[in-house]
Design a protein around this ligand. Sequence first.
Ligand code: SF4
Length: 346
Amino acid sequence: MEIKKKDIRALTKDQLREFFQNQGDKAFRGNQVYEWLWNKGAHTFEDMTNLSKDTRQMLQDNFVINHIKVDVMQRSSDGTVKNAVRLHDDLIVESVLIPTKTRTTACVSSQVGCSLDCKFCATARLKRMRNLNPDEIYDQVVAIDRESRLYFDRPLSNIVFMGMGEPLMNYNNVLKAIDKITSPEGLAMSPKRIVVSTSGVPKMIKKMADDDVKFKLAVSLHSAIDEVRTSIMPFNATFPLATLREALVYWYEKTKNRITYEYVVWEGINDKRKDVDALVEFCKFAPSKVNLIEYNPIDDGIFQQAKSEAIDMYQKVLESNNITVTVRRSRGKDIDAACGQLANKE
Ligand code: SF4
């Protein structure tokens, strides 16, 4: 009977050290393997060239390294690169490289599909199949770092958890992945360059604050009026704005990190003066800034990007209330770069 081998990346450094000791070898070998796995992003035991051939074979006999494969890579005319990523069990998620003049940002997925059902989102059409493991999140980052060096001659500088899935519904694995990405023995990236973007799960926002996390928080808000928000993000009925607001105030009091609100303005949905006024009020509870994001349509005709006059109105009203606002253009329009669009084409 074939014995199912364990994924070596499920082991902690201490467990790797213990494994080698149990094999009658030096515990230090565990550190070497850990470095290959989490600093150099090795996908085969053959790559581990400072280990003897026998040691590599012994690892091969005992473990596998389940890793992602970039199945389809699309490059947009604006430089955006979108990866359809195949997991070891053949499921597909997406990650995107977004280049600007000064930075390269990786937009990564945290779940296969999503259990939430935001009406404007392509991923919501895929039911949630499973959470990503820490290594599957880490691999997306390594793949994009390699693409950034290849196409733009510079390393990856920023990471946003804004791909498929709700990161706070896979909190433990997201945290473990960020640990590998930020630890000096991993990729040594600064947590200040990582943004976890949530649709707003109040209990988990409080937990993050209690856990004293160092990365930044963004909330996909899209409306500060309960009725409107529930119509486009139905889970708002369970976690209404008052509960979200209370969690955000808690977050700010504990971390002193200001919050970014991601906000799309859609025609006929949230493009009126009352919508902006509600947003201004919402922003007053804790220091925050607003990103107005241009919408990448998902072909159903219901959600259309609002007219530029509405965006101008938002910008003017927010600024006159001393709220920092950035208008972000949509990237990768020619390659279906809205989250979930590529996986939906399978
Ligand atoms: S917007 Fe985010 S939370 Fe909402 S359905 Fe899409 S992936 Fe899930």
